[in-house]
Design a protein around this ligand. Structure first.
Ligand SMILES: [Zn+2]
Length: 65
C-alpha cells in the first residue's frame, strides 16, 4: 500500500503524501485534468443520460397525462 500512483498519468509517487500538495495527483496539472474530466463527463452525461432513462421507462406507467 506504500506505492501510490497518480490516477491521471499513472506516475509513481514515492515518498510521503505530504510531498504532494495535490495528492492524490502527482501535480497540479493532473488535478486540473481530473477536474476537467469530471466537468466534461457531467456535461456529456446530462443529455444522453436523460434520454436513456426516458427510453428505459415504460411509457404507460410514467405518462403524466
Ligand atoms: Zn500525474
Amino acid at each position: 500500500m506504500d506505492k501510490v500512483r497518480c490516477p491521471i498519468c499513472d506516475a509513481a509517487m514515492p515518498g510521503n503524501r505530504k510531498d504532494y500538495p495535490d495528492y492524490p495527483f502527482c501535480s497540479r496539472r493532473c488535478r486540473l485534468v481530473d477536474l476537467g474530466r469530471w466537468l466534461g463527463e457531467g456535461y456529456r452525461v446530462a443529455g444522453p443520460s436523460a434520454d436513456a432513462d426516458d427510453r428505459s421507462t415504460p411509457g404507460d406507467a410514467d405518462d403524466p397525462r
